[in-house]
Design a protein around this ligand. Structure first.
Ligand code: ADP
Length: 209
């Protein structure tokens, strides 16, 4: 009997993933949501997962405790929550790893998280939304706080702290992955221009599948 070719996910046992890395306000969520409308991609945002938790639960309270101060939720805890969540999506047929590539937004957010994910994801590309002008990010976060009722962006002190935490803990991720996987895109461009650059990177990946 002829063997069926195995899907990439089954070959490695890991989820093929594209990482969106960038400072708060760089547009990861905006781009991730648009990409999730393209067949073959599945957008997963840890911020959204955490915000959907019930604040009456221990997990929900842990998130609130850190996020309201602009801190990252501890690494092991975050990775456990995310792994459980994505497994749940797979088991309930909402995420199809054989045909869909993950677009990860907000995870990994530290080198430690990148290490803890190594047994689960296979990083194909890292899309780094570069922002040379941080005041632009602060402006976007202030606007979003008003529009989306985001408690963590409502006060300038917390916003500034979130940007510092990004520089200290998240930015070093770029050095963690091989240079040929990193694609730099100017995050200060318009939404459609950033999207266009991302699509140019993703198109060959899908065409070759
Ligand atoms: P933004 O993209 O604006 O930084 P998110 O919606 O991704 O915001 O995340 C909101 C908050 O959720 C973060 O400030 C942090 O407290 C928590 N969080 C989200 N993802 C992670 C993660 N991978 N590790 C630790 N904390 C996280």
């Amino acid at each position: 009997m002829q063997q069926q070719p195995q899907s990439p996910e089954l070959q490695t046992g890991k989820y093929k993933s594209i990482l969106l890395i960038g400072a708060p306000g760089s547009g990861k969520g905006t781009q991730g949501k648009i990409l999730s409308a393209i067949p073959g991609f599945y957008h997963s945002s840890t911020g959204d997962i955490f915000r959907s938790l019930d604040l009456q639960t221990e997990t929900g309270r842990t998130f609130w405790d850190y996020a309201s101060r602009g801190e990252l939720v501890p690494d092991e805890f975050t990775i456990q929550v995310w792994k459980n969540y994505i497994k749940g999506m797979e088991l309930t047929n909402q995420f199809h790893p054989e045909t869909q590539m993950l677009v990860l937004d907000g995870i990994p957010r530290s080198v430690m998280q990148a290490r803890l994910l190594e047994d689960t994801i296979d990083v194909v590309k890292v899309i780094y939304l570069v922002c040379a002008d941080m005041s632009k990010m602060v402006e976007r976060l202030r606007r979003r706080a008003l529009k989306e009722n985001r408690f963590d962006d409502a006060n300038d002190k917390v916003i500034r702290h979130r940007l510092e935490v990004y520089e200290r803990d998240t930015h070093p991720i770029i050095e963690h992955y091989p240079a040929d996987k990193i694609c730099r895109i100017d995050a200060t461009m318009s939404m459609i221009d950033v999207l266009y650059e991302i699509v140019k990177i993703l198109k060959p990946l899908k065409a070759s599948q």
